[in-house]
Design a protein. Structure first.
Length: 515
């Protein structure tokens, strides 16, 4: 890392202080990666009885990281740097790093330790209550916990960003720079397009049949070799990463050369692991594409959750469900799973990947209805945070809205308001980043297709290097120095809009359903 591009020339010790501030911030990131390693291990390896001690370890590590991140000496250094000429006249990397380190520090330092601890405790208790509440579909078990979590989150919002309204203060944690009023303007036209599209697909006489992929013989050992080959081929570097098995797939970065992805396996369904791995490997390609010289510092960190999700969705849906991809992948799949796929034409396999089937459960949703699930949660959590809806009113509001959007009413709260862990975990303001990610992905893909007219021919031959190089250059290389809107606009030459996602869904699913 060259932390003294211009800093040395600025005099008055700016170079030394900049280097010291970066060293300090990186130490905190290295410690946070130890915390992440504990989390990865918890989900993949931990014996059941090891849970309580792991919770102690995680709490101690969180406290150490928080102390380091709010160390007053770092605060003084950053305040000094922010007033120095380096903060305005340094290189763009230096200017951005000072601005972001200072903003991160100020935000964290404004939240009192008492509140950090109260939130940690309340969310652990709420998550435990959630497990029981969901299993027995008993909203009343969760209600008092959720009331406490939402109240603490509002307090956190007021502390950390007193300049923003409470929902924006929380949204900003996951999608820096995003504001809910703009998000509403983007989501509105998307909902207006998706609700009738889902209805039209449901009424169409032409229906893709996915049973050949979701109810056939796909031996797990053969799947393991197959998805590893696919992940390698799109560019996931197994020298700098791993693939393991968990109940809930995720991607976790433990160091500049250590990115872990996970998936689950279903011996009767190929898409479960294949699209899970394409999704997580998409996150992994982003992590592996970040500037490792700046590991743990803003130029080497992901822009936002929305941009992260754009990378996973692009590989999962826009590449992985394309005809070109299956021209390459179909012979590979037929050789790996001869009992189920030999002799089945590619067009039938491809069609089976474009099924729209409304479901009560978000994590089982198809690509089209998924966004309706997200917009519902975004509208409800915002109403709660802004004081327009009491937490106690969530189940009824949920069911009413679900019925309006999907044409069916959840039979119980386990299939409704109780299905996701996010709110219990204190992840409020997180949901909209899923659909923002889908929007960014569609807009980026449209720009990629304009820039690379021969892309389909490349993909059909199993060549993904040009596509990945474009993403490396236009998305990964920026780290956090650009916010998501600016990054997408710079990469695509257009301001952010949901119109790309609308036409992408209409074109692909309209064709599959003969609309
Ligand atoms: Zn994801």
């Amino acid at each position: 890392m060259d932390t003294t591009e211009n800093a040395g020339a600025m005099g008055s010790g700016a170079g030394d202080r900049f280097a010291a501030a970066c060293r300090h911030a990186r130490r905190a990131s290295v410690l946070a990666s130890v915390e992440a390693l504990l989390g990865w291990d918890e989900q993949t390896m931990l014996p059941p009885a090891g849970g309580p001690h792991r919770a102690d370890q995680a709490a101690e590590m969180a406290a150490v990281v928080h102390r380091l991140r709010t160390d007053p000496a770092q605060g003084e250094r950053l305040a000094w740097l922010a007033d120095s000429p380096l903060a305005t006249d340094g290189s763009p990397t230096e200017v951005g790093t000072i601005r972001l380190l200072k903003a991160d520090f100020d935000k964290q330092a404004r939240v009192p330790t008492r509140l950090v601890e109260a939130l940690a405790r309340a969310t652990v208790e709420a998550q435990q209550a959630w497990v029981e509440a969901r299993a027995s579909s008993s909203w009343s078990l969760l209600l008092p916990h959720l009331e406490r979590v939402f109240s603490l989150k509002r307090e956190q919002a007021a502390c950390q960003r007193p300049d923003l309204d409470p929902y924006d203060a929380l949204l900003d944690d996951y999608e820096p720079g995003a504001r809910w009023r703009e998000v509403i303007q983007r989501f509105g036209p998307l909902r207006d397009a998706v609700v009738p599209l889902v209805k039209a697909c449901g009424e169409s006489r032409r229906r893709p049949d996915d049973s050949l992929l979701t109810d056939a013989d796909f031996p797990v050992d053969a799947q393991k070799a197959f998805v590893r080959e696919v992940a390698s081929r799109i560019g996931f570097d197994f020298e700098r990463g791993r693939l393991d098995t968990t109940e809930h797939p995720f991607c976790s970065t433990l160091g500049p050369d250590d990115c872990r992805i996970t998936t689950r396996w279903n011996g009767r369904s190929l898409p479960t692991a294949l699209f899970g791995v394409l999704h997580e490997a998409g996150h992994g390609l982003y992590e592996q594409g970040l500037n490792r010289e700046w590991y743990g510092l803003p130029p080497g960190e992901a822009t936002s959750l929305g941009i992260h999700e754009s990378q996973s969705r692009l590989w999962e849906n826009l590449v992985g469900r394309s005809t070109a991809f299956w021209e390459w992948c179909h012979p590979l799949a037929a050789a790996a799973f001869p009992a189920s796929l030999r002799g089945v034409p590619m067009s039938r396999v491809h069609e089976a990947l474009l099924v729209v089937r409304p479901s009560f459960i978000r994590v089982e949703a198809d690509e089209v209805t998924y966004n309706l699930h997200v917009m519902l949660r975004f509208d409800l959590e915002r109403a709660v945070v802004l004081g327009e809806l009491p937490v106690a009113g969530l189940p009824e509001a949920w069911n009413d809205r679900f019925e309006r959007d999907f044409g069916m009413r959840p039979p119980d709260d386990a299939h409704g308001v109780l299905q996701d862990i996010h709110w219990s975990a204190g992840l409020v303001g997180y949901f909209p980043t899923y659909t923002l990610g889908n929007m960014f992905a569609a807009q980026l893909m449209a720009a990629i297709e304009r820039a690379m007219p021969g892309l389909d021919r490349e993909i059909a031959k199993g060549r993904f290097t040009d596509l990945l190089a474009w993403l490396r250059r236009q998305v990964h290389a920026h780290g956090r120095l650009l916010e998501s809107d600016a990054l997408v606009a710079a990469a695509t030459g257009e301001s952010v809009s949901s119109s790309w996602l609308v036409s992408s869904l209409r074109n692909r699913y309209g064709a599959a359903y003969g609309l």
